[in-house]
Design a protein around this ligand. Structure first.
Ligand SMILES: NC(=O)c1ccc[n+]([C@@H]2O[C@H](COP(=O)([O-])OP(=O)(O)OC[C@H]3O[C@@H](n4cnc5c(N)ncnc54)[C@H](O)[C@@H]3O)[C@@H](O)[C@H]2O)c1
Length: 474
């Protein structure tokens, strides 16, 4: 268990540039050689982002599931005029290859920070999927490693490169809806049950030791091996850290906050089915930034939209509000609900291109989603989950009193009332709610304040040799 002092020391942001890492330079006509790590669903988009595109070629695909690795080498070859990447099973072997300039990581969440740190230590630039971490501390470590080794590390929050989204944010920041009071994220995305908890067989093509990496090697209790790890705490972060991290990031961007919040509070549960999943499918997270609020709603059961959005953000200001209904499009309204401006325009390719532009310029400030932004927004999700998991189960009729006791205001009460109606509409009755612990956060040291701070929740037990290095060793 880490002491608070150890965590504070670990969080120190002063990182000395490494002498072993002279800046890499790529001329405008040099081809950047990319290795994609994790060739599941999202890995295919990474391959699309670099294969057959001007100035990049996918030379390697790393996956500890041989079938995913081999299949993806074939599909990448088709996209880049027959040039077939080499399949590598173990990321450590991959990183020994000096020909690779960039590593693009689309593994499950529990591998993101470690993979990114190892890659920058090996002198590679990195594109790493969101959330960039599985816990708060390793995310900060990834930032430290990127700075120390002078590497470009882009986070896979691609809406940050969409012109429609960028224009909307500029509109908010220039006072288009007045003073922002509430930044609301919605992740209303129906998620079916993942099937009963059982003992299932790991697919024979998978090297389970490598797949588990920093996590414990546990019996497989979910039916579907790939993807459904999102709903088990050992590997995933629930929908808050799956779809929700995109909108959490936009909510924080809208507030213009480059730090964690002062206080976090979350409540919810997994409703509508009992299965192998552990994470909440219904959750409210409240982050206080002084008097301004970031409030996030996850709904995994069928639900109508709210103010026109299902997966989006609603930013409420003193002169109006702005609703982004996708990664790239939305509308600003005045206080009477009259549309005043529209925003549109996107495309994932821009985000990959922004990454390679920063690689060529050797300037992380060019990145639209630098690792530090990725870390902060990922950490907001982790803090919400910590609050939830530290709470206690209460009967739903006791919720109004519990909300008052926890300091809930009308914004929080309204979010809960709508959620309760939503559960009733889904025939969820006589239920218990996991009422999370409100936690004071020191946004500078990125740790909890108070007499018994649950700071051990900011990290995890790592399974050697898959350990996150200390700050001095990143
Ligand atoms: N930015 C986006 O819009 C977006 C969209 C979807 C998914 N994602 C993110 O992408 C990541 C992957 O999601 P997915 O749906 O493809 O998951 P998935 O489970 O389908 O695929 C993950 C792949 O990584 C491989 N893998 C696991 N450990 C590995 C290791 N140590 N080395 C090499 N390969 C390893 C698995 O074998 C699998 O092929 C997730 O973190 C998710 O949050 C982002």
């Amino acid at each position: 268990m880490l002491t608070t002092a150890a965590i504070l020391a670990a969080k120190s942001r002063a990182v000395v540039a490494s002498e072993q890492d002279p800046p890499t330079s790529f001329g405008p006509n040099d081809t950047i050689q990319v290795a994609v790590v994790g060739a599941g669903g999202r890995g295919q988009s990474h391959i699309d982002g670099f294969a057959g595109k001007p100035g990049t070629v996918v030379t390697h695909i790393c996956d500890c599931d041989e079938s995913h690795g081999q299949r993806s080498c074939e599909s990448a070859a088709e996209k880049q005029g027959g040039r077939k990447p080499v399949w590598v099973k173990d990321i450590r072997k991959l990183l020994e290859d000096p020909s690779i300039n960039a590593v693009s990581i689309a593994t499950p969440n529990h591998w993101h920070a470690l993979g990114a740190i190892w890659a920058v230590q090996a002198g590679k630039d990195v594109y790493v999927e969101k959330p960039v971490s599985h816990n708060v501390l390793e995310g900060r470590r990834a930032v430290q490693a990127a700075r120390k080794h002078n590497r470009m590390v882009q986070t896979g929050t691609q809406s940050r490169s969409n012109p429609g989204m960028r224009e909307a944010m500029e509109f908010i920041h220039s006072g288009g809806i007045g003073e922002v009071k509430v930044s609301r994220g919605l992740c209303y995305k129906p998620r079916p049950t993942i099937g009963p908890k059982g003992v299932y067989e790991v697919p024979k093509e998978v090297d389970y030791d490598l797949w588990s990496g920093p996590a414990r090697i546990l019996p497989l209790t979910r039916k579907r091996f790939h993807y459904d790890w999102h709903w088990q705490w050992e590997y995933g972060n629930g929908d808050l850290g799956n779809q929700g991290i995109h909108q959490m990031d936009l909510c924080r961007w809208a507030l213009g906050e480059d730090r964690l919040s002062d206080r976090v509070w979350s409540f919810g549960g997994r409703f509508g089915y009992e299965d192998a999943g552990e994470t909440a499918n219904t959750q409210i997270v409240v982050h206080d930034y002084g008097p301004r609020k970031l409030i996030f709603e996850v709904r995994g059961l069928e639900t109508p939209e709210y103010k026109g959005a299902k997966v989006g953000i609603i930013v409420e200001g003193s002169k109006g509000y702005l609703v982004m209904t996708s990664y790239a499009s939305g509308t600003a309204f005045d206080l009477d609900g009259k549309p005043i401006k529209q925003f549109q325009g996107g495309g994932d390719d821009r985000h990959y291109k922004n990454f390679t532009d920063a690689m060529r310029a050797r300037d992380h400030k060019i990145l639209n989603a630098d690792i530090e932004d990725g870390h902060l927004s990922s950490a907001l999700c982790h803090l919400g989950n910590i609050s939830l998991r530290l709470g206690k189960s209460i009967a739903s009729p006791d919720m109004p009193a519990a909300l008052r006791d926890g300091g809930g205001d009308s914004v929080v009460e309204d979010a809960w009332l709508r959620t309760a109606e939503h559960l009733t509409a889904n025939k969820v009755e006589n239920y218990q709610v996991q009422m999370g612990l409100p936690l004071q956060v020191d946004p500078i040291s990125e740790s909890f304040l108070g007499n018994h701070p649950p700071n051990e929740w900011l990290t995890r037990e790592y399974r050697a040799p898959y350990t996150i290095p200390s700050e001095s060793a990143v």
